[in-house]
Design a protein around this ligand. Structure first.
Ligand SMILES: Cc1ncc(COP(=O)(O)O)c(C=O)c1O
Length: 371
């Protein structure tokens, strides 16, 4: 510990070890492959930002003033229109849309922003994107892994995170399941935060929003839908997302975030507005990922992997029926890096997560090495 940092109140001590540090050695091994590393561990986009979005960003680069925390009316209107056009979500009040500096930031801060604290329960998926747990721990609350409502028993959670389509599993929750979550949350006085980062990347069947009229009967009370532009519009580097839903909850988040200076830069607001107004670049990106998924899936299955769930999202949830770190090593021998299932909680010891986010050339190379 460095001098001068008080031991009391070290916030990082509340948090798990940063998981990516644990695959440094296997990454080094994979990178030593003569054909170079095929990194399928992180879901970071590799295709360029569409020129129409770049132009929108640049068009306001000279504007000197502070942006508003609530976002421009144009941005909020574009979000409302995109939710309706792309996902059939109706009845969203433009005032109940709030831009965020990437959705990871919102998820990590949400329990705290909602005043959730000690003794409160935050329900997270059994196999989950790690930031839900982090958000609960940062607020001093208790994370509780549960996919089914019976696993919550008689407890009254303050917040329930759902994530459909899921990272890492690609599992999609049907309308009926989400309806039960909404009814349960309303009965117990919980907020539902639905992370819909991958709603625009569905390969089989249908995925629906928590704000879909078939799920909530048009009543957004207690519901928040979290949308990221990182994956569908390749804007991970811009940090662009928004939350929409219950007008009262969004107004409360806005109030706290205004005081905290949590505002999205104006050029990013302009870029987001353009991205939300255009479906063509999003559709093109989806088709790139679909082709990569088809190639990888076939190669993995031919190499003896079983793919579970994975009907949507940017990952293949794969297993060889052995400890995930053994599979990770097997892949590294072929110069391929994946993410081990144990990154996503204790209930996925035998899976690895294989991202579709590599160039066509790297995906073809991975497929060749698997055969
Ligand atoms: C399920 C899920 N939610 C949220 C995020 C965060 O995305 P961003 O902060 O780029 O909006 C990710 C990123 O990988 C994710 O997988």
């Amino acid at each position: 510990m460095s001098a001068g940092v008080p031991t009391r109140g070290r916030v990082s001590s509340l948090l798990p070890d940063f998981p990516w540090d644990t695959i440094a050695a296997v990454k080094q091994k994979a990178a030593a492959h003569p054909g170079g590393l095929v990194d399928l561990s992180v879901g970071t986009p590799v295709d360029p930002v569409d020129p129409l979005i770049q132009a929108a960003l640049g068009s306001v680069a000279a504007v000197p003033g502070y942006p508003t925390t609530h976002g421009t009316p144009e941005l909020r209107a574009a979000a409302v229109a995109a939710l309706a056009r792309r996902f059939g979500i109706t009845g969203v009040d433009p005032a109940a849309v709030l831009p965020v500096i990437g959705t990871k930031e919102l998820i990590a801060g949400l329990p705290r922003l909602l005043g959730i604290g000690a003794d409160d329960l935050v329900v997270i998926p059994e196999i989950a994107y790690p930031t839900y747990e982090v958000g609960a721990l940062l607020a001093g609350a208790k994370p509780w892994r549960a996919d089914g409502l019976t696993q919550i028993g008689p407890q009254n959670p303050a917040l329930i995170f759902v994530n459909s389509p899921s990272n890492p599993t690609g599992k999609v929750l049907p309308v009926e399941h989400l309806r039960k979550v909404v009814a349960f949350a309303r009965e117990r006085g919980a907020v539902v935060a639905s992370d819909e980062c991958y709603l625009g990347l569905v390969w089989e069947g249908e995925a629906v929003s928590i704000l879909d009229p078939r799920v909530c009967d048009g009543d957004h009370t207690g519901l928040l839908a979290i949308h990221s532009l990182s994956k569908t519009s390749n804007l991970a580097g811009y940090r662009a997302g928004f939350v929409a839903g219950d007008p009262e909850l969004v107004a409360e988040l806005l109030e706290v975030r205004k005081h905290s200076g949590m505002m999205l830069p104006f050029p990013i607001q302009a870029a987001m507005t353009a991205a939300l107004a255009d479906d063509a670049h999003e559709a093109a990106q989806r088709e790139r990922y679909r082709a990569r998924r088809d190639t990888l899936r076939k190669a993995l299955e031919q190499a003896g992997f079983r793919i579970d769930f994975s009907e949507a999202g940017l990952y293949l949830w794969a297993t060889r029926g052995e400890a995930c770190r053994v599979t990770l090593d097997w892949l590294a021998d072929r110069g391929i890096l994946a993410a081990p299932g144990d990154f996503y909680g204790p209930r996925s010891p035998e899976h690895v997560r294989i991202a579709l986010t590599a160039t066509d050339e790297r995906i073809a190379e991975a497929a060749a090495r698997l055969s």
